[in-house]
Write a protein that binds this ligand. Structure first.
Ligand code: PLP
Length: 413
């Protein structure tokens, strides 16, 4: 890749961002100092404005599952743009995208597109409330469901309607430990008749990847059925990445509603709520509104269709699994050579590494106790060698191509 960045370098941009952008650009990846400004990406690689070339260990935090600037997706979106920017209206592309998602998932019957995973989660929670007439939710320690979490914590209580309706979701929800079916059973026995939905990341990814223990999701499903509770899988990060049908397919347990985003649209800002018709058909009845100016645009739909085409024509899942093993060995070796105890979770499609004890991690809580100072130093060292990692020691190594490049780079460090 050659740089076209003659107009600025990182020193200039750092100063400009300090003046106009509170917290700086890339505020969530500030650990890897000095600040890096990326000019472009292609495949597994990124180029910064100073002409440095990186292998991207973060894949845009998930959306760039296929790599950066995947040609077929870019072409499809460009062609869609050429049809005109008609927002808020239905298009044949939107219908096709919804049908394609339904077909890929296997269990869901209806789909609504949105821009962000957070919106999809919000819509799922509201549907569950409308369907059950109940108010509270069960959620799990360490699971992330989008930026509304922050808004809602700040909001406190709230009157029914829009954000206020959700605001009580955090102040009036039951938090339970992950991977502990007995704890969930106890919580539902105590509060079941007030619970609208159980919402979870079916594979815990956001605070360190950890698979559900054997039989756990099936038990959660059963408990929800017993108590008449809607089961929501938040697959914004696992969908289309763990398997085409996400965790639901991988573990053979279907939820009632599920949210998708990130890997589903080749790097474009598209998310979706999918679910059973019985629940989803409440949209449009006046019970639950779910709209957004840019939702379901022709670009969004085209990006989804092109991405699903690629995943169907050349499924990357086995390939990534194989490379994941080599990568895991490389990471552990790298940690040893640099005196940084590195522990890894070997989820094939969502490979994470964190720092601390090199022992295998069986307790998810320990995944969250990272030594940020040593991580920051280590991340900065890797950046000098052209490996881009960031954010609390969580690395996503899930590209459809480029894994070999990643392991080769590790060998150089
Ligand atoms: N749910 C999960 C599991 C996520 O990982 C994320 C984002 O990281 C979200 C929801 C929120 O999605 P978005 O950032 O697109 O609003």
């Amino acid at each position: 890749m050659t740089s076209t960045a003659s107009w600025a370098n990182s020193a200039v941009l750092t100063e400009r961002a300090r003046v106009t952008i509170p917290g700086g650009v890339n505020s969530n990846i500030r650990l890897a100092a000095p600040p890096v400004f990326f000019e472009r990406g292609r495949g597994a690689r990124l180029l910064d404005v100073d002409g440095n070339d990186y292998v991207d260990y973060l894949l845009g935090q998930g959306p760039n599952f296929l790599g950066h600037a995947t040609e077929a997706v870019t072409e499809a979106v460009t062609a869609a743009v050429g049809r005109g920017m008609v927002y808020g209206a239905q298009s044949p592309l939107e219908v096709e995208a919804a049908e394609r998602i339904v077909a890929a998932l296997g269990w869901a019957e209806m789909v609504r597109l949105s821009m962000t995973g957070t919106e999809a989660v919000q819509a799922a929670l509201r549907l569950a409330r409308a369907a059950t007439g109940r108010h509270r939710f069960v959620r799990f320690e360490g699971h992330y469901h989008g930026w509304l979490d922050n808004v809602l914590v700040a909001a406190g209580g709230g009157a029914p309607g829009s954000l206020g309706q959700l605001a009580s979701h955090l102040t009036d929800s039951v938090l339970v430990p992950w991977n502990d079916a007995d704890a969930l059973a106890d919580a539902l026995n105590a509060h079941g008749d007030t619970i609208a939905a159980v919402i979870m990341e079916p594979v815990m990814i956001n605070t360190g990847s950890m698979e559900p223990v054997d039989g756990y999701l099936a038990r959660v499903r059963q408990l929800c059925d017993e108590h008449g509770i809607v089961l929501i899988f938040d697959e914004v990060i696992s969908g289309f990445r763990i398997a085409p049908g996400g965790a639901a397919q991988r573990y053979g347990v279907a939820p009632d509603l599920a949210t998708y985003g990130k890997a589903m649209a080749g790097g474009w800002p598209v998310a979706a709520l999918a679910g059973r018709a019985e629940l989803m058909s409440r949209f449009g009845t006046g019970e639950v509104n779910h709209s957004g100016t840019f939702n379901g645009s022709v670009m969004a739909a085209a990006a989804v269709i092109a991405t699903l085409d690629i995943l169907a024509a050349d499924p990357p899942y086995e390939r990534i699994s194989e490379h994941g093993a080599a990568l895991k060995a490389g990471l552990v070796d790298l940690g040893e050579r640099h005196g940084v105890p590195l522990r890894t979770q070997g989820l094939p499609m969502a490979f994470h590494a964190s720092f601390g004890s090199p022992e295998p991690v069986t307790d998810y809580r320990s995944l969250q106790r990272l030594d940020l100072a040593s991580y920051s130093e280590f991340a900065a060292m890797l950046a000098r060698y052209g490996v881009w990692v960031a954010r609390r020691g969580i690395w996503y190594v899930s590209a459809a191509h480029g894994e070999r490049e990643l392991t080769d780079t590790l060998e150089r460090v």
